[in-house]
Design a protein around this ligand. Structure first.
Ligand code: BGC
Length: 925
């Protein structure tokens, strides 16, 4: 098979930002047909038609995918030295960047003339195409900047400049905020006059708990449930909007609706900086001249829902000239206490709509809608009826056999807390057709019960809206085994619906917390599926914000449930997330900024482990079916965190710390084995799956006993549990990688495709559309959410194990990639793509007895080691790449562009390759 057409397609798809093609398999009932048609048409076009300019060009092509602080053209950042990244393209294989030139200009015209008046680094010899730190003139608050970049390839040929990108700076210092914190009611308004047309206007807003900003009758932006949840007395986030087009000369009005959110109160800080046509500057800020009045939102709560009385609407309140009789002066309120920081991550948005798939009427006056999918978000209601009619919407994940909604699981395990009410109430105006959707709450649900509806509702009376942090899909996974694709799909749903400015545990009951254990076990999988760098960078800062002087962090971040100090298997999210961000993106800054905090954290753990064993724990291997002593779990993480700290110190060039923490890690490991390992039986503690796999994962097992521990683990799975998982969500994260690494990928696969209890197949067979909290199928009261993401960590293995795409921690950010697909059992194909900071990495294989094919994509400026397993039946293999032979008679054949070396080891044929698309075929006699 020739690789040329495929390569063309890859080039085109790199620049697909504008099209934002969705990969993966989210059900998008309403828009999917349209998308499929668009994609099908594009794919059907001759490739030279799709990219005529690319075809014509040779050599290095202009960089694409320009990012600033991981974001595309961000508006309102508050980093004084932002970092840039771009993706390189080239028509040849094995290409690298040898130099680059980056221009930053204060005006787009200057950039168009190739003038970087803010920064022009000249031709800089460097292969850095990510994490490039701005080193130009100081950036100024409220300014926009434009930038572009070109590069020289390894042979010294220069590319064209990229298309321009931009970034805007928000307010860099506290003194620049001129407004006051106002509240007093849930609607605030102000009118103002502009003498001339605005040339440039920005609104900076922090409206707590949640806000909706309106100017001259229209909602500004598409953010909902904004701003992000933070530790409000440490930090609050403001959002910047370009409102130039919303303002006009003469009278203008600004209105803000406020919800309570997690802040549990209301406070607004707003500043609009307006530059008029003449160059004059005007500011509109929140203050005592604003007017306030409670609007139609009678109550709002994240857990309980919203009560909206449409009779209380005051049409025109967000327009100039409104008669504000009955409005009171807004009250000044206490400042939340935290510093104002820019919100620098994708916002929460309505990302999709869903038409219900069924409507039933299980009891007189009770209507139940089924969306067919467990989502996070809300519905909008379409209704006509008499004034004052009260329609109630109640949300659930489950139904009783009677068809009525089962809401017993809306209460967390914390028994003293009251269940989430999870309902919205709408009271009609009574003047014709009315539409309602809530603003300041969200629900986790599949079913909606409607009562009090005037007349008979139809399927069109209600639409579902999927609401979560709007991260871009960057990865994809598909296998020949449908069950794996179904598992991948429900994991994706659980991951996405639990991104609500922080990684939550679940979206339905009285929790939705940033439980740290949950966060770290899913993080890598989430990073492989979506563009997560900005999101987790923000969450790491949230963790840093909760850290006390004694080094402790908390079980939930921001702290709401759970304890301080965190269970060590939860607190470990702090070092682990930093490390994952470093591995995935080459992000050194996250290590620099958190090193002191991480060190304090590890020192705190040490203070609790006088004999080098850390025993304290609250949760252990949470939701497991067999108990592993919690102390073993805690101590495993004490070792892990200490080890990571030594690695981080090494990355940062702190050799003294690197050595002393490595030494301490060694002592912890010895103490761990002394405390928990029984050399005679070859078992750790209780010999459960988790007990034995944790030390294997970090190579803690004494070498002479390793084989015994591995065989105890596999024996336990195979013979004591008939090939079933018994771990909780902590052990589970490492189960598949351990089995794979120690030679049992087939067993990992058998666990993945199991369909009886306990397994993912069992969840699916029982109707799961998201991953359950428990292995058990429970539907009664107490802890059994139908949508927890943590048991979905198996998805990481789909990419890393089956797809075989692995980051190399020694060359992070996919500078070097290890492609090691696992060809297992009856699987005949797997295709995986990870959208890395340097471009897409793809591994796509097929297998039939005697023949394995593997297509690989390696981004420009990266290299890869590609390992292809040999079929055991074949004595002598031959490997082709495209139409050339690269391995024959037990030897590497040189001369194929991009393939620099080959060897045979551990029953795999292993090649070193440069960037480009490769098409391998392994066969033989
Ligand atoms: C949460 C979990 C969390 C756990 C800690 C539960 O209520 O939903 O996911 O990690 O508490 O024990």
């Amino acid at each position: 098979m020739s690789h040329a057409p495929n390569f063309q397609f890859r080039i085109w798809s790199f620049d697909s930002d504008a099209l934002d093609l969705e990969r993966g398999c989210v059900i998008r009932r309403s828009y999917s047909i349209f998308k499929i048609v668009v994609v099908a048409v594009l794919l059907a076009l001759p490739t030279n038609w799709v990219v005529p300019s690319v075809r014509a060009a040779e050599g290095p092509l202009a960089p694409v995918n320009l990012r600033c602080e991981y974001l595309k053209n961000p508006v309102g950042i508050d980093v004084r030295q932002p970092r840039f990244a771009w993706v390189l393209r080239h028509t040849e294989r094995a290409q690298m960047q040898s130099a680059y030139q980056l221009l930053v200009a204060s005006r787009p015209e200057l950039l168009a003339q190739n003038k970087g008046d803010q920064w022009d680094n000249g031709k800089t010899l460097s292969d850095d195409s990510t994490q490039v730190v701005y080193k130009g003139k100081p950036l100024e608050s409220g300014h926009s900047y434009w930038w572009k970049v070109r590069y020289w390839d390894k042979d010294g040929n220069a590319s064209e400049y990229s298309h321009p990108a931009s970034f805007e700076v928000g307010l860099l210092s506290a003194e620049e905020w001129k407004g006051q914190w106002m509240g007093g009611a849930n609607q605030l308004r102000q009118e103002f006059n502009l003498a001339e047309a605005p040339r440039r206007a920005r609104a900076y807003i922090c409206g707590l708990g949640y806000y909706e900003l309106r100017i001259n009758g229209a909602k500004i932006g598409t953010n909902v449930l904004d701003p992000a949840w933070t530790t409000f007395d440490k930090r609050v986030l403001y959002v910047t909007y370009d409102v130039t087009a919303n303002l006009h000369p003469g009278a203008n009005a600004v209105g803000v609706m406020l919800g309570e959110g997690w802040f549990k109160s209301r406070a607004l800080m707003l500043q609009m900086d307006i530059e008029l046509a003449s160059g004059k500057h005007v500011s509109v800020t929140s203050g005592p001249s604003w007017k306030a009045k409670n609007g139609p939102i009678v109550s709002d709560s994240v857990w309980d829902g919203e009560v909206y009385d449409a009779r209380l609407e005051t049409p025109g309140w967000d327009l100039p000239g409104f008669k504000d009789d009955g409005w009171m002066p807004a009250a000044s309120v206490k400042a939340p206490g935290g510093v104002l920081s820019a919100q620098m991550m994708p916002p929460i948005q309505e990302v999709d709509s869903m038409v219900p798939m069924a409507l039933t009427n299980p009891r007189a006056g009770v209507y139940v809608y089924d969306l067919g999918q467990n989502i996070s978000g809300w519905v909008d209601l379409h209704v006509t009826g008499p004034r004052g009619t009260q329609v109630q919407l109640r949300f659930s994940e489950l139904l009783y056999d009677t068809g009525m909604v089962n809401r017993e699981n809306l209460q967390s395990g914390y028994r003293d807390f009251v269940a989430a009410k999870a309902r919205d109430i709408y009271i009609l105006r009574g003047d014709g057709e009315e539409d309602y959707r809530p603003r300041f709450t969200y629900h986790g649900f599949r079913y909606v019960e409607v009562t009090g509806y005037p007349g008979t509702p139809s399927i069109d009376s209600l639409r579902g809206h999927v609401v979560h942090t709007a991260v871009k899909t960057t990865g994809s996974f598909a296998a020949s085994k449908p069950l794996l694709n179904q598992i991948h799909k429900i994991v994706r749903w659980s991951d996405l619906t639990n991104l609500h400015s922080i990684p939550t545990d679940c979206p339905q009951r009285n929790e939705r917390m940033g439980w740290m254990g949950d966060a770290h076990v899913s993080a890598e999988g989430v990073m492989l599926n979506f563009d997560m760098a900005a999101f987790y960078t923000n969450f790491v800062r949230d963790i840093h914000d909760v850290q006390d002087a004694d080094g402790t962090v908390t079980d939930t971040v921001p702290l709401r449930y759970g304890s301080r100090p965190a269970d060590p298997a939860w607190g470990t999210a702090y070092p682990l997330l930093c490390w994952y961000l470093y591995e995935q993106n080459g992000d050194r800054r996250i290590l620099e900024e958190n090193y002191a905090g991480l060190k304090k954290y590890v020192e705190f753990l040490r203070s609790r482990a006088p004999d080098n064993v850390l025993r304290f724990s609250y949760y252990g291997d949470w939701v497991s079916l067999e108990t592993t002593p919690p102390a073993e779990v805690s101590d495993f993480y004490y070792y892990y965190d200490t080890l990571l700290l030594s690695k981080m110190a090494e990355v940062l060039g702190n050799t003294a710390d690197a050595a002393s923490y490595a030494q301490r890690a060694g002592q912890i490991k010895d103490a761990f084995n002394k405390e928990f390992f029984d050399e005679k039986t070859g078992n750790y503690t209780t010999g459960t799956e988790t007990a034995n796999l944790l030390p294997l994962f970090l190579d803690m097992v004494p070498e002479k006993s390793r084989e015994t521990v591995v065989s105890n683990l596999t024996y336990n799975i195979l013979y004591q549990h008939n090939t079933h998982v018994t771990t909780g969500f902590i052990g589970l994260r490492y189960l598949m990688p351990v089995l794979t690494r120690f030679g049992y990928p087939d067993l990992a696969y058998d666990l993945a495709v199991e369909t009886t209890f306990p397994s993912w197949g069992y969840m699916l067979a029982n109707g799961a559309t998201t991953v359950w909290e428990l292995w058990q199928n429970k539907v009664g009261p107490s802890m059994n959410s139908q949508n927890h993401h943590m048991l979905g960590s198996v998805d990481t293995w789909f990419y890393e194990g089956l797809g075989g795409i692995n980051v190399d921690p020694n060359q992070p950010g996919y500078r070097h990639v290890r492609i090691e697909p696992q060809v297992v059992r009856d699987l005949t194909s797997v295709s995986a793509t990870v959208g890395t900071v340097r471009g897409d990495v793809t591994s796509s294989w097929t297998h039939e007895p005697g023949v394995t094919t593997l297509q690989v994509d390696v981004p420009v400026n990266s290299t890869a080691t590609v390992s292809i397993p040999k079929d055991v039946e074949i004595a002598e293999i031959t490997v082709h790449e495209g139409d050339r032979t690269i391995w024959e008679k037990g030897r590497f054949v040189e001369g194929t562009p991009g393939v620099t070396a080959g060897k045979f080891a551990h029953n795999q044929v292993i090649f070193e390759v440069g960037s480009g698309h490769y098409s391998f075929r392994v066969d033989g006699k």
